[in-house]
Design a protein around this ligand. Structure first.
Ligand SMILES: Cc1cc2nc3c(=O)[nH]c(=O)nc-3n(C[C@H](O)[C@H](O)[C@H](O)COP(=O)(O)OP(=O)(O)OC[C@H]3O[C@@H](n4cnc5c(N)ncnc54)[C@H](O)[C@@H]3O)c2cc1C
Length: 433
């Protein structure tokens, strides 16, 4: 049996090691155009800030692949012929598979703003090792940068540039920072924090046009609100999409919508071809499509897809949404539904006066459904448990100390939170989340 995996991200590598655990004899090949070894994509920013070297981005010892007999192939796959069970790489090499996993991840979005195509130099994304190298190469000749896109990748790129002494204009199209994941109050708290780091954050600004000099280096970006921002670097961080463009013209493409369509057993529409991670698209029970583009989901999908490839009966159910990150030095933990809530959801929000710390607990029909915590550290497994157990908000607020990681946050401060919660209950001020 030859298992071939395209993509050595967390989904592909987790699948490879899971296959090996269960099948000591099969041939396992992992192919990647990006890197020889699996890297932690979420830590790219620490490499850019020189806090980690490139080797530190690799979660596993390099010898692990040989020890586990996982063959690594470097190169871009350009064709898939499911009738012949064969893939072909850009350089012409052909590989025959028995079972194939497409774990090809995400690619950055790009708009066709006027002038962008003429800017051959200085325009970057921040998703891959190649992007990291481009950013590092441009930084010494960059005094000012414009970063577009108010999500997690955008703010990470901004933080890296600020770290290197670059002046940054940060353009966010929406009415507050990251409405996909933060309610207005938290979005404003983060926006103020970003500004305190010297970043010029422009809310409700979109790119109008990009200008380059005669050599092709970007020199300015104009916005819909009339700003003309000089810059030597333009970071485009306007979201990611499944990296499936290369699959559309292949000999036998799988069915693709936004991502590669799979059933709950990770099977694509092609025989013995599976897909997992950022590129896979599931169907929710209500029929709507679901593409999960987060680390923990990709890891879990990689493991389950491997089991499906081994012949186990697998019925994938997405976990509760969980994410944890940092906006400069503000910790962020979110679990469950925190945005796009139904009208009958209510939330308790408490902000610590003078601090960039806030707690939001969301409830619906007497049970908690989401947590959004900024500026302090929490053990998300408690939040997940309380949501699964359908605990009431009152119960959760009593137990909140159990989920505290952060000793500096302290019990005293939690007393303040509980006092605010008692007031919230007393005034009957449960309000729409
Ligand atoms: C800067 C940044 C910060 C992030 N921070 C967070 C975070 O804080 N929390 C969180 O949950 N998630 C975060 N994410 C998202 C998270 O990293 C992804 O969800 C996760 O890495 C997806 O893993 P994957 O294995 O599906 O795909 P990927 O890691 O994208 O791996 C896919 C691999 O396949 C390769 N490939 C694609 N096409 C081909 C081809 N044709 N031939 C050969 N190889 C190919 C790619 O080059 C790539 O190496 C972040 C992402 C970025 C970019």
């Amino acid at each position: 049996m030859h298992y071939v995996i395209i993509g050595n991200g967390v989904a592909g590598i987790t699948a490879a090691f899971t296959l090996r655990e269960r099948d000591r004899h099969a041939r396992i090949t992992v192919i990647s155009g990006e890197s020889d070894y699996f890297i932690s994509r979420t830590a790219l920013m620490y490499a850019y800030m020189d806090r980690m070297n490139l080797r530190d981005l690799e979660p596993f010892e390099r010898k692990a692949y040989d020890k586990q007999k996982i063959d690594r192939v470097r190169g871009w796959v350009r064709d898939l012929n499911a009738d012949q069970r064969q893939i072909r790489l850009e350089d012409g090499r052909k590989i025959i598979y028995d079972r194939l996993l497409l774990a090809v991840g995400s690619a950055p979005n790009r708009f066709q703003w006027p002038g962008l195509n003429a800017a051959k130099d200085g325009v970057v994304h921040f998703v891959s090792l190649q992007h990291l190298a481009e950013c590092e190469g441009l930084t010494p000749s960059t005094k000012r940068a414009v970063v577009v896109g108010g999500g997690l990748i955008g703010v990470e790129l901004v933080e890296c540039l600020v770290h290197h002494g670059v002046e940054v204009d940060f353009l966010v199209r929406e009415s507050w920072y990251w409405p996909m994941a933060l309610a207005k109050e938290e979005g404003e708290l983060i926006a103020n924090h970003i500004r305190r780091h010297g970043v010029k954050l422009h809310i409700e600004h979109e790119v109008n046009a990009v200008r380059a000099d005669a050599s092709g280096r970007v020199v300015s970006v104009s916005t819909n609100k009339g700003l003309d921002l000089p810059c030597q670097m333009l970071g485009i961080c306007i979201g990611v999409r499944p990296a499936v463009d290369w699959l559309k013209p292949v000999t036998t493409p799988p069915e693709i919508n936004r991502g590669i369509k799979v059933n709950q057993s990770f099977q694509t529409t092609l025989p013995d071809v599976f897909s997992a991670g950022d590129c896979a698209e599931f169907v929710r029970p209500d029929g709507s499509p679901l593409v999960e583009q987060i680390w923990y989901a990709a890891k879990r999908q990689g493991e389950l897809a491997a089991r499906a490839m081994l012949g186990d009966a697998v019925d994938y159910k997405p976990s509760l949404f969980y994410n944890s990150a940092k906006f400069f030095d503000i910790e962020y933990t979110t679990v469950g539904d925190v945005t796009r809530l139904p009208d009958d959801a209510t939330s308790f929000l408490h902000r610590l006066p003078g601090d960039a710390v806030s707690i939001r607990v969301i409830e619906r029909n007497g049970s908690v459904i989401g947590f959004n915590m900024l500026g302090s550290r929490w053990d998300h497994t408690w939040f997940e448990r309380w949501i699964h157990e359908r605990r009431s908000m009152e119960d959760v607020m009593q137990q909140l100390h159990l989920a505290q990681f952060d000793v500096e946050f302290g019990r005293v401060r939690l007393d303040g939170v509980r006092a605010a919660f008692a007031e919230y209950l007393k005034t009957g001020s449960r309000r729409a989340a």
